[in-house]
Design a protein around this ligand. Structure first.
Ligand code: CMP
Length: 450
């Protein structure tokens, strides 16, 4: 790290922490440790720096000191509401001292588990905004290369953090964690081995849109961006998630491909849980299953409103009132929802999964389109009041929103943009279908996508 330049004589401390974290994530242990030591000396109350310094002390071979300070840092992290980071520190502690880990874990579980008198159920357990404010320092420029000296300096910095925390006021209440605080302390202890800590560099794609979902992630530190890439390549940012949030639950819960891409915005620490672990977690607590299901529903609706051409033209308040008019329908793989030639009385929007639109039967059958999240169907028969022009069935497990003809007629006139979209789609599709009927079958899937 260089001395501050004349042009800019202030150091941005956030940058320093980021630089230290970046060196650490990329395996440059000694470089990272030099920076953490300097930062911790200047900020002995910063728990993130204490935890990382203690961790690297262990990597440089001082197991006993690492265990002592990881234990202390884990305690303080838990006391200050940072349950996830406390669990990460406890896992690291386990590398050096299994017994100390087990004891600390029991303490944390008693603090955050069901029935804890120190749990404030009205407050969500979220870490303070990261990175915490830290003082800038130039001391990191000390080019210590002797590992023994580096270890001593790390230990000194950890000891001053321990002294600083020994003077801290008695701990207060901690916030409720929506995933873990509904578990009994014993269950929370049993869940810990299911959490696989992973460290990912900024820019890494954690989840590929469209991929099969195998695991679920809880964000311990850092932030990620969630975006949807449309078939034409247009990218819509759906959300930015910070430490404490989780993602990747939708594919597992709905048994459908990943609905969005998730990319690390900063270097991040995540706990990864595979499908079996998530099932175990949900089986241990009905509340966890409910929390995950309600997030999934809310996120699906949010995405629908942000990306569907039906809802996008409306301002957020009107989107909400339009979506309220719809009912949800869940289909199993292959299940039909509209049958060609029969009266169809509803407008449908795909919420998750996809549907296949076909005309005719047997060898004559023509595939008109596969429609995914945000796309509508049922509009032609609804508008023209005549039998359905095609059969529509779910590809895999699919969730739809549906609006009855009655509700459409009664309410949709208040949403002229929506009406215009539905009519436009109906006209375009009818025209394409006429052309298709008059020509040899061609692959028109692309054109039919809205
Ligand atoms: P999944 O579909 O398994 O993979 C992509 C993940 O992005 C998805 O699960 C959700 O966890 C997350 N995600 C999708 N949409 C949103 C949203 N609107 N807000 C927050 N997270 C989302």
């Amino acid at each position: 790290m260089s001395e501050p330049s004349d042009r800019n004589d202030r150091i941005d401390p956030t940058d320093l922490v980021e630089q230290a974290d970046a060196a650490y994530v990329r395996g440059k242990t000694e470089d990272a440790l030099r920076m953490y030591i300097a930062l911790l000396e200047a900020n002995p109350a910063n728990l993130h720096l204490w935890y990382r310094t203690a961790m690297l002390l262990g990597k440089l071979g001082d197991a006993a000191a690492a265990a002592r300070h990881l234990d202390l840092a884990a305690t303080r992290l838990a006391e200050t509401g940072q349950l996830l980071l406390a669990l990460a520190a406890v896992q690291e502690l386990g590398r050096y001292d299994e017994e100390a880990k087990a004891e600390r874990l029991r303490g944390i579980a008693a603090l955050y588990g069901k029935g804890s008198s120190r749990l404030d159920v009205r407050r969500r357990s979220l870490p303070p905004p990261l990175p915490e404010r830290v003082a800038g320092t130039t001391a990191a420029t000390r080019e210590v290369t002797d590992v023994r000296v580096l270890r001593e300096m790390a230990l000194d910095a950890c000891e001053s953090a321990a002294r600083r925390w020994a003077e801290a006021p008695p701990p207060g209440k901690v916030g409720f964690h929506p995933l873990f605080s509904d578990l009994s302390p014993a269950e929370l202890v049993a869940v810990e081995p299911l959490l696989q800590l992973r460290m990912l560099p900024a820019g890494e794609v954690v989840i590929e849109q469209g991929a099969e979902g195998r695991s679920f992630f809880v964000l311990v530190q850092g932030s990620v961006r969630v975006s949807r890439i449309a078939p034409d390549g247009e990218t819509t940012q759906l959300a930015r998630l910070r430490a404490g949030s989780f993602f990747g639950e939708m594919a597992l819960l709905t048994d459908s491909p990943r609905v969005a891409q998730v990319t690390c915005e900063t270097d991040v620490l995540v706990f990864e849980l595979d499908r079996a672990a998530l099932d175990q977690l949900a089986a241990r607590s009905g509340q966890i299953a409910r929390v995950l299901a309600s997030y999934t529903r809310e996120r699906l609706l949010h995405n629908l409103m942000a990306t569907s051409p039906l809802f996008r033209p409306l301002d957020p308040g009107r989107r909400e009132s339009l979506v309220q008019l719809f009912e949800s329908v869940v289909l199993g793989p292959g299940e039909p929802v509209v049958a060609e030639g029969q009266a169809s009385q509803r407008l449908y929007v795909v919420l998750s999964g996809s549907v296949l639109v076909t005309q005719g039967e047997g060898p004559e059958q023509l595939t008109l389109a596969e429609l995914g999240p945000g796309q509508i169907f049922g509009e032609i028969s609804l508008i023209k009041d005549r039998p359905a022009t095609a059969t529509v069935r779910a590809v895999g497990k699919t969730v739809l929103l549906s609006l009855t003809r009655d509700a459409f007629n009664r309410h949709v006139s208040q949403f002229p943009e929506v009406l215009a979209h539905v009519y436009r789609v109906a006209l375009e599709r009818e025209e394409t279908n006429l052309q298709l009927a008059a020509s040899e079958p061609v692959d028109v899937e692309e054109e039919l996508l809205i």
